[in-house]
Write a protein that binds this ligand. Structure first.
Ligand SMILES: [Zn+2]
Length: 322
C-alpha cells in the first residue's frame, strides 16, 4: 500500500514537472495590421491632448466594443481626465507648431486626455491590470513621431491578448488599461489608480512599453523581479526559441544596467506597492526619433514577444491564484 501511494505521488510529481502547454495561437497578421494603424501618419504621433490622440482613443474604444469587454466602472470604456500645467504656456507643454492659433499669452494650460479601460471578468474579485500607453510625442519640428515601437506595439498587443484570453479564461479579472499621457509623466496611469481602481484587489500590473524592436539579439526584458522575487518561477517557466526573455533592469545598485523601475507606467503601481512586471526592450537607434515607424520594427520579434507575454500572463495568473 505504502509503495502504491509512493508510486502515485511520484507519478503526479512527474506529471507536474512535465506540464506541457499547448502552443499560443494568435492572429499575427491582425497584430501587425493593428500596430500599423496605430502608428499611421494620420494619427500625427498621438501626443496627449491632440486630435490624433483622440483618434487613437476611438480605435481602442471600437476594439474593446467589438471584442465584448466589460466596462470597469460606470458604462464607459473611456475615462476622461484633465490636467493643468501651472504657469506653462501651451507651446511649452506641447512642442507642436500650430500656426492657426497664438497661445503666447496663455499662463496655465489645461489639457484633456482619456484612458481606455475594459475588463474580461474572471471568477474572483482579484484583478491583473495589463497596461500599455497609447500616447506618444506628436509632431516635433514638422516631423511626425509615429511611435510604432513606443508604444503602438504595446497597444496593439492589448487587442491580441484580449482575443486570446476570451478563449482561454483566467482565474483573475483581466483589466486592460490603455493609458494616456505616459510620455509626460504617467498622468493617465496615475489618474486610474487614484480615481477608480480598487487597489486592494489588484494582484499585479503587467506593463508593456516597447516590445517590437530588437537591435541586435532578440532580447525582451521582464523587469521587476528584483522588487518582487516571488514572481520568478512563473516567468522562468516561459520558454521561447525565438525571443530571449531576460530578467533585470530593476536594481538601482547594479551599475551594469539602467534601472527601469520608474521608466514607464508600472512606476505608478510600484509606488502603491502593487507588484509589477514590465516588458520592454533596451533603448534603440529609433527610440524617441521620427524613425520609430512600422517599417523599422522587427515583425517576427514582435509576434513572438506577444506570445511570450501571453504565456507569462497565463503562468502568473495561475501562480497568483494558488
Ligand atoms: Zn513608451
Amino acid at each position: 500500500m505504502k509503495l502504491n501511494l509512493f508510486t502515485v505521488a511520484a507519478f503526479l510529481l512527474l506529471l507536474g514537472s512535465c506540464k506541457t502547454h499547448k502552443p499560443i495561437e494568435i492572429d499575427s497578421d491582425e497584430l501587425l495590421a493593428n500596430i500599423q494603424i496605430l502608428s499611421d501618419d494620420s494619427l500625427e504621433g498621438r501626443a496627449f491632448s491632440t486630435l490624433g490622440n483622440q483618434q487613437a482613443q476611438q480605435i481602442i474604444l471600437d476594439e474593446y466594443t467589438a471584442l465584448g469587454l466589460e466596462p470597469v466602472l460606470g458604462n464607459n470604456f473611456l475615462h476622461g481626465f484633465s490636467h493643468t500645467f501651472k504657469g506653462k504656456k501651451r507651446q511649452d507643454v506641447f512642442p507642436i507648431k500650430n500656426p492657426k492659433k497664438d497661445f503666447s499669452n496663455v499662463t496655465d494650460t489645461i489639457a484633456k486626455g482619456a484612458n481606455v479601460i475594459g475588463m474580461l471578468k474572471g471568477p474572483s474579485d482579484k484583478s491583473i491590470v495589463i497596461s500599455a500607453h497609447f500616447d506618444h510625442l506628436g509632431i516635433i519640428d514638422g516631423k511626425i513621431f509615429n511611435g510604432a515601437d513606443d508604444n503602438a506595439s504595446g497597444t496593439a498587443a492589448l487587442f491580441t491578448i484580449i482575443k486570446y484570453f476570451k478563449n482561454n479564461p483566467t482565474k483573475h479579472n483581466l483589466i486592460f488599461a490603455a493609458f494616456d499621457a505616459e510620455e509626460i509623466g504617467s498622468l493617465g496611469a496615475d489618474y486610474f489608480l487614484k480615481n477608480y481602481a480598487d487597489k486592494s484587489n489588484i494582484s499585479l500590473n503587467i506593463n508593456m512599453d516597447m516590445i517590437a524592436h530588437s537591435e541586435y539579439d532578440p532580447e525582451l526584458f521582464a523587469c521587476g523581479l528584483h522588487h518582487y522575487p516571488e514572481l520568478r518561477n512563473p516567468l522562468e517557466d516561459v520558454k521561447s526559441d525565438k525571443v530571449l526573455l531576460l530578467f533585470g533592469h530593476d536594481d538601482s545598485k547594479n551599475k551594469e544596467q539602467a534601472d527601469w523601475t520608474f521608466s514607464s507606467d508600472h512606476r505608478v503601481f510600484h509606488r502603491e506597492k502593487i507588484p509589477f512586471i514590465y516588458f520592454g526592450v533596451p533603448d534603440h537607434k529609433d527610440y524617441h526619433r521620427a524613425t520609430d515607424t512600422f517599417e523599422t520594427i522587427n515583425k517576427d520579434f514582435y509576434i513572438e514577444s506577444v506570445k511570450v507575454i501571453i504565456r507569462a500572463i497565463e503562468n502568473l495568473d495561475e501562480y497568483l491564484a494558488n
